[in-house]
Write a protein of this length. Sequence first.
Length: 103
Amino acid sequence: MSWKEKVLNLMEKKNLTQKDLARLSGITESSVSRYLRSEKRPRLDIVINFAKALNVETTYLLDDEEKSISAYNAISTAVARYGNELTPEEKNQLIALILGTVN
């Protein structure tokens, strides 16, 4: 099942409209509509917002082949987008995670 099918299925089960999903995810209604019409999966930050809004794990919304994306890529994307919001300690924890030195 594709990420889009999973989102639509969850929306149906939770009786949510695109407007509801937009409100819950903090994404504009027109963007939600565009993502749900497209065959391509949106950026990881959008998938994370959808997952939070639908109360599921982010990995549930990823296709099987996408689950094999390395932790490095996912973390580096998050740091690039939100790095200025992280404390120095959080940045060090992420670096340790990337390097595999976290116990």
